[in-house]
Design a protein around this ligand. Sequence first.
Ligand code: NAP
Length: 249
Amino acid sequence: MYNPFSLIGKTILVTGASSGIGRATAVECSKMGAKLILTGRNEDRLQQTLHLLEGDDHLLFSCDLAQEDDIKVFCAQLPNNIDGIAHCAGISSLKPIIGLNTQNLQDIFCTNYYAPVLLTKYLVKSKKLQQGASLVYVGSISGISNVATALSAYGSSKSALNSFVQYAALELAGKHIRCNAVLPGRIETSLLQNQTMSEEDLQKDIAKYPLHRYGTPTEVAQAIVYLLSDATRWITGTSITIDGGRSLI
Ligand SMILES: NC(=O)c1ccc[n+]([C@@H]2O[C@H](COP(=O)([O-])OP(=O)(O)OC[C@H]3O[C@@H](n4cnc5c(N)ncnc54)[C@H](OP(=O)(O)O)[C@@H]3O)[C@@H](O)[C@H]2O)c1
């Protein structure tokens, strides 16, 4: 049956696959026929993701992407026929500006910015990506427009990532590699649950979403599938906002 969004025959690497958006992305990609390479730090949770996938023949590697040496070792183990990457690994941190220090800035930038940038570098350098590969980076509306207090480090790391996506799209176009981003609003994952918010503040925040709810990991995953598929083979250097209309107000 004709399906322009099919991922049959494609090998897709998903970072942050042990949880939330990364896990949902791996599941949705497997439903579309892809062979998956899963990575994260927590091997038990990666195994749980593996059990949720359709099909077999998937691969799993644990790797701390905040460590450049780990990225190098990880890349060396990968097959050289990768058709797509979903860069989902990320961390958040709620800290007012006066509470910031070099260590927490480094932590957040290492995972949210350096890791996807260096992973891109080493995969391109070691020729692990197929011609026509699609790289999808998970940014955030916090990096573009949804400015909030205590999120300056997180938001800045996502702004930097969004900027990188545009530069990478231009630089890698000659290799027929596409780079795009998805920019979610608040999504119900552990990242959100880890943030302490009173029930009253939560309801006030949800009220700012024109579609009256937060998003689900699957809703982000399906946009990632779209960007990984051949249906978007002429789309590069752009981003899709997935936020129930939050950026409109
Ligand atoms: N949830 C939201 O509201 C929201 C909104 C906008 C954007 N985002 C973005 O969406 C992405 C996924 O977030 P999520 O909500 O799905 O969060 P999550 O459920 O907490 O998942 C985060 C994932 O990142 C991985 N990770 C973190 N640090 C890592 C490291 N040093 N090395 C390797 N893997 C690492 C974790 O793996 P381990 O647990 O195995 O270490 C986990 O699989 C992030 O980039 C986040 O910024 C989320």
